[in-house]
Write a protein that binds this ligand. Structure first.
Ligand SMILES: C[S@@+](CC[C@H](N)C(=O)[O-])C[C@H]1O[C@@H](n2cnc3c(N)ncnc32)[C@H](O)[C@@H]1O
Length: 270
């Protein structure tokens, strides 16, 4: 919905007039069958990844998505992340997992990927480009380690026209996000100058967040924000400043996707 879709205000007569409120509530109870976040792996499957292929999960945190792809596709995965705590926690998770022998965790960054040229059949990048100062440099480095016929599957969250500049500034500052990364145009320009081509684009919008809220697998973010605001001083003391700010930003991140200020997109690049 555009911000100014209806320039004419609703009248009092229209608001309280001849329509069925209960029926409207019921209509909004109907799920639109949103795709879950796990649907990202369908994009990996769509480019023909299979047993014996080597994949890179860049910004792979603790390696969990690597484990999912190893199990689903029979591929091996190198999961790279710069944060040592992610690698250490990941070694325990991967070490205990049935498919752990197919996932290797390496400390490194997208700007300097610890891998040989042409090493990977596919690079998987989920929700991490927002942290990157120069996406063009990062994508050129991805191109170095990607085989000639390889693909990248990139999920990212972007600002829409409904995101106000002050909201964007606060959100970026509290989530270690580079403000320019909110821009679809800047991202697509970097893709082109780095020598990649967009093979497909799927605008996920709010679907993944809707799906996790419907399934009850993510917290009630609206309540979280209400509590973060009303109990600010005590929670700041209990959690510390950075965790308080990150929890607030994470909750807004999901709420903004639900109300259209942010949108998720999945790009397949070649
Ligand atoms: C929001 S998390 C996403 C983790 C995982 N990909 C997922 O979807 O659950 C962002 C990740 O990007 C990593 N990251 C931050 N800067 C990075 C960089 N320069 N290169 C690679 N990864 C980076 C962080 O350490 C973190 O694990």
């Amino acid at each position: 919905m555009a911000i100014n879709e209806w320039p004419n205000p609703v009248t009092v007569a229209e608001m309280y007039g001849d329509w069925d409120y209960e029926a409207a509530v019921e209509a909004l109870e109907r799920s639109l069958s949103p795709r879950p976040a796990a649907s990202i792996f369908d994009f990996v499957g769509s480019v023909g990844v299979g047993a014996g292929d080597l994949l890179l999960d860049i910004g792979g945190r603790e390696g969990q998505h690597g484990l999912v792809m190893a199990e689903r596709f029979g591929c091996r995965v190198v999961s790279v992340d710069p944060v040592i705590e992610n690698i250490e926690r990941g070694r325990e998770i991967v070490g205990d997992h049935e498919y752990g022998h197919m996932v290797e965790l390496r400390q490194g960054s997208i700007e300097q990927i610890p891998a040989e040229d042409d090493a990977f059949r596919l690079i998987f990048s989920r929700d991490m480009m927002g942290h990157i100062a120069d996406v063009e440099v990062a994508l050129v480095e991805c191109g170095r380690v990607l085989s000639d016929d390889g693909h990248m599957v990139i999920h990212e969250v972007f600002g829409t026209e409904m995101l106000e500049p002050a909201e964007a500034r606060r959100l970026c500052a509290d989530s270690a996000t580079v403000p320019e990364r909110m821009s679809v145009a800047a991202f697509e320009a970097a893709v082109a100058t780095a020598g990649f081509e967009i093979a497909s684009l799927d605008v996920i919008g709010s679907e993944w967040t809707e799906a996790s809220q419907e399934a009850g697998t993510t917290p009630n973010y609206l309540l979280q924000v209400a509590r973060l605001r009303r109990d600010r001083d005590r929670l700041l003391e209990e959690l510390g400043e950075a965790p308080y700010r990150v929890m607030y930003a994470n909750a807004l991140w999901s709420i903004y996707q639900l109300i259209g200020k942010l949108e998720s997109r999945v790009y397949v690049l070649r």
